[in-house]
Design a binder for this molecule. Sequence first.
Ligand code: IVH
Length: 682
Amino acid sequence: MDTLQVKQRIAALSDEIRKHNYNYYVLSMPVIGDFEFDLLLEELIRLETDYPEFIEPDSPTQHVGGGIAKEFQQVQHKYPMLSLGNTYSEEEIRDFEERIHKIIGDEVEYVCELKFDGVAIGLTYRQGILVQAITRGDGIQGDDVTTNIKTVRSIPLKLHGQGYPEEFEIRGEIILPHASFGKINLQRIDNGDEPFANPRNAASGSLKMLDSAEVANRHLDGFFYYIPGYHPAFKSHYECLTAARSWGFKISDYVVRCKTLEDIFDYLNTWNTARYDLPFDIDGIVIKVNDLRQQEMLGFTAKSPRWAIAYKFKAAQVTTKLLSVAFQVGRTGAITPVANLQPVQLAGTIVKRASLHNAGIIASLDVRIGDTVFVEKGGEIIPKIVGVDLDQRPVDAVPLTFISDCPECGTALVRTEGESAWYCTNETGCPPQIKGKLEHFISRKAMNIDSLGEGKIEILFDNGLVHHCADLYDLTYDRLIGLEKTYESTEDKKEKKISFREKTVANILNGIEASKKVSFDHVLYALGIRFVGETVAKKLATHFISVEKLIDADFNELIEVEEIGEKIAQSVRAWFSEPKNLELINRLKAAGIRFTMDESLVPPISTRLTGFTFVVSGVFEKFSRDELKKTIEAHGGKNTGSISAKTSYLLAGENMGPEKRKKAEKLGVPILSESEFLNFLQ
Ligand code: IVH
């Protein structure tokens, strides 16, 4: 063969193998036997080995793997990878339908799908070729696992057919079918490794392997269910999925369109039992508004789309014996009763402990030591006790009494009106609270001092070096070197020893120094104010810009901030009115911690649009919809998804839904074109 013939043969073999892969892995309808297939693949591998200049990035030999990564690059998602609102109750599905009905009206069609229990993935295709695969990560950025994803044989490296956008992303779930899961675990047990608890963990662990040839051996699979972004060729979600199927993606066969709640509940009830017959795990169903324009009208909250909801199947349940109850003290001083159970297998893991939540639950369950209890594992990681089998109650079962004093420091516990949890108020003297606060302070989303990870905070605390997060900034080499401790690892419960040698100390001090660069929103989160999670901290920091302004803000100013409700505002006010907290801020400030947002991160660049609320809809000439929204925010304005009496302007582009225009006209909301808006800004 001359080189031209080799090139042609490689192309022909690639096409043929691609088709067989599709028939086998996507359609489950192979048309040739394994032996014939292997011959074709071997020929292609041989030719590519001899003529590496002809290897295409979409060659089916990429499925075999081979690339070894040192680490995974963190990559920003083009569209944030959001989650779905979850529910376990049919009532909430009715509420969801009602909310949508109120906004959209009668003409709503839904699509019901299976909720795959795997690892979310976003694949980007450019000119029909898979160019990037990113995991969810924190939703803003994830790991680039392209090489590993290419080993998933049902994922097309090159698309079939036509009509796909020049560049687009498709999202789905990487799963591990039961058959592969069983094989992997047998192998692991053989090798003396801990078996994976469930297929989802195994899929996630597999995607994080650095050797892609090993990933290929795991036989992962993937289902795809969402194309983010605006694609004018499609009017509905169902159309998107049908088109994606024609491009070679594995789309579930169990996607159905539903008109009524009754249809939705039929689907739900069918899969609630039929799920056990599937060769892979699902953990619920997903209900989506089909029409893409209606989806756009509904928009998104900070965390999830308003046009979809996930119904999670009720958790797996077992019974076991309650042996004893321990009371744990958390970072906030809240007391959590934890049940010690006779070990029992539940949904793939062995359960030894379960949460009993609070005194109210203990009382309402009337649970006693020695009882046979029902244990459930739902969406949460820690299993919980949900009931008592009274028929099995032994005569000598001991009723449980909730403690009245803190088990760690002896302080009398208190309970605020309307709250279920009991608290130890000894914030500054109760060891688990102090350590918990320090651990929160150094955590990744807070000050990100990972060199102070597991066990190290404990050493610092036990040696009287830190009591308070500000004490971290007084640590020196001389104080740290030589410290030692054995501790029980939270991961494997094994005894481990830490010694602070030169390198460890240097890492700790460098980590602490680096935390001085952490932006104000993360610092605010690190302070551990009740109800101030990551998102709230960001909202507060970008709104008030400096801690001084936040300290001065009264209740009314706080609740004016988007997403800040009364509960959060009260908690923030209470925290900043404590002199000891103000002193803490002064100490942290003196240490060089940032208490002002960096100018470049802070909108607005003008206040021209402050007080105005916009709805941006349709397609624009000069800017994308996202760019316009960012511009509005950069000038102090607010964006919302749907028109209400509070909307100041509707910024309308081409192809805007007629409902939006009608609603704006009805409510007297002025409509601006793109050029009018730009003039308005100037
Ligand atoms: S749609 C904008 N459809 O479940 C949100 N998600 O708990 C698009 N999932 O984040 C997601 N099956 O990782 C969608 N048929 C399905 C799904 C599905 C599983 C995952 C996905 C999502 C999570 C929410």
